[in-house]
Design a protein around this ligand. Structure first.
Ligand code: BGC
Length: 367
């Protein structure tokens, strides 16, 4: 009788224990698991953000699983499914393809996983939140930097009879950021097009934001236009550097204004050398901690404050149903004039990288 009661008591304790472990979401370490899903590590920023988010999540007591999809849309979805199967309670996703990722993200959300669309929109209302920079402003600042370098407004060189010939170089067509960036670029240049002082002679988007691909596209544009290109509105630093390779091949690097974004070490170096004209500074040292804070709030079952509601229609320009909660951090234009202040002094990029190959006597003092 007594031993029967003992058995029942021990059994009950075992059941309660396993229920508690299941509730924690991690039978192994006892820690709640968070998954990070990256489109690729080809672009400088993503690896840095992985390191930062992993560190901050681990400091908060989470177990982190991280996967990188090498630009493979199907692989990214499989990796997301797999992380859900491993019991992650939260997912931070940098989508290769905002439409395709929705399939895996919808399944994850249905399983109760909180999904944060990081930097890039995932086209489903089932994300818990979307955190990015102001991508439309990125486009505006890129175009403004290039227009200023062309002397617009007020140029006497560029007139209705002699409009500046512009190559528009979009980002990856499957990344909604590329669309938002283009929206900002067009806002700035449309009045000049209407006035007739600039004209778009070529417009192409670069699959995967790939640098080598961008170089090839630029080579073809230069051939088709017999090198008559007066400016390039490029959408990020990687593609700008690929295009600068092509421009350099024709003796045009440093002569044709060209934009980018991310303030990568290589592009900041190109800016101080007078080749790339402008980049846009997006401080990932603010974005990554914000994402971790948001994920932590979600996993504690609390509501994130400071978000704003947007319709998927407005964010994508597509006929999509539903609204999402989003936050966009500010961005800043970087040129030769402020790269030292904004990028070097703030420690965003190392002094040695930004002034690589610049003679000692032409460098500013080390901060
Ligand atoms: C990001 C950019 C990045 C690009 C390529 C975009 O979604 O906003 O910062 O350069 O992807 O990875």
């Amino acid at each position: 009788m007594k031993s029967n009661r003992m058995i029942i008591a021990v059994f009950s304790l075992m059941v309660i224990g396993s229920m508690l472990l299941a509730a924690c979401g991690a039978a192994g370490s006892g820690k709640t698991k968070v998954g990070l899903s990256f489109s690729d590590f080809a672009v400088e920023r993503w690896k840095n953000e992985e390191v930062l988010m992993r560190k901050l999540l681990e400091e908060k007591g989470y177990e982190v699983i991280s996967q990188e999809a090498n630009h493979d849309v199907k692989l990214q979805n499989d990796q997301i499914d797999n992380m859900v199967a491993q019991g992650v309670k939260g997912l931070i996703v940098i989508a290769e393809d905002g439409a395709a990722a929705a399939t895996a993200v919808d399944k994850a959300a249905a399983a109760g996983v909180k999904v944060l669309a990081y930097d890039r929109l995932i086209k489903t209302k089932n994300i818990a939140a979307y955190l990015s920079f102001d991508n439309v402003e990125v486009g505006r600042q890129e175009a403004l930097g290039v227009m200023t370098a062309l002397g617009l407004p007020g140029s006497t060189t560029w007139t209705k009879d002699n409009p500046a010939k512009i190559f528009m170089s979009g980002g990856s067509p499957t990344d909604n950021n590329a669309v938002l960036v283009r929206q900002g670029q067009m806002e700035v240049i449309q009045p000049y097009i209407d006035e007739g002082v600039i004209t778009i002679v070529a417009d192409q988007w670069v699959p995967n934001w790939d640098e080598a691909e961008a170089q090839k596209i630029m080579e073809n544009v230069l051939t088709a236009q017999q090198n008559k290109i007066d400016a390039v509105i490029a959408s990020n630093d990687g593609t700008a550097l690929g295009e600068l390779e092509a421009l350099g091949g024709q003796g045009l690097a440093g002569k044709v204004p060209i934009s980018g974004q991310d303030a990568t070490a290589a592009s900041c170096n190109s800016i101080v050398k007078g080749e790339q004209t402008v980049t846009v500074y997006k401080d990932i040292r603010l974005l990554s901690p914000k994402a971790v804070e948001m994920m932590d709030t979600l996993l504690k079952g609390q509501t994130i404050s400071g978000l704003q509601e947007y319709s998927l229609k407005v964010l994508t320009g597509e006929d999509l149903e539903g609204n999402i909660q989003a936050l966009f951090l500010p961005v800043q234009q970087v040129t030769k004039d402020n790269v030292y202040e904004l990028i070097v002094k703030s420690g965003f990029q190392p002094y040695e990288d930004v002034y690589r190959d610049i003679p000692e006597d032409q460098r500013p003092p080390k901060p």
